[in-house]
Design a protein around this ligand. Sequence first.
Ligand SMILES: [Ca+2]
Length: 228
Amino acid sequence: MLLCARAPHRKRNLAPRNGVNKKRIRSVRLAALLAIVIGFLATAPANGATVVFADTFEDGSVSDWIRSTNFAGTSAITASAKAHSGAFGLETYLEVPPPSDTNLFVRASHGFVAPVTATYPLDLWARSTICSGCVISYDVILDGASLARTSVSTYQQRSFILNGLSAGAHTLTLGMFTTVAHTGHFFAAFDDVSISTVVAVPEPAGYLMLLAGLGFIAGMARQRASAV
Ligand SMILES: [Ca+2]
């Protein structure tokens, strides 16, 4: 009798419970979707990187770069086939210095404007050349301050973080430096130079919300699968 009396009661409450469960499922599903949307918005960069200055030298010209040197003989800056990518790279070189000349440089400079005071990554590829009995390096200089003086005979990728670069005009200088080089063609070469703004770093909380939302969705999928 007890079972018979309770059975209809269960049936009467079953529909409302399912209704509550459906509402709960819808609420959880909505919360999960909101978490995913908020997480996505929080993880998406607020703004993409903006290129402040770039040169691949693929126009075959370096006429927009300014040469400077302390060598009295033959020197040049040119778009040459010494490229990391494409057909052209920037080459700075001098020819046949006398043994008595030391600390020679040939440089190419280019101005750029930082739109705001901020941190700017500077990326480029660079190499110097082999020198027997002497040293040849490539120079990377910003506003007259050395960022790198490196001797390497194959192209290498370099990245510099220009911290707190003030808004306004600046000068990037690339070039070769040599000590006691003589009787040869001495160069440093560069390619794919770029200065850009920093891409916004996603907030960790955004990733957590995104993962939470995905977790909810996965959980719901498992529940539905087990219910079937
Ligand atoms: Ca190139």
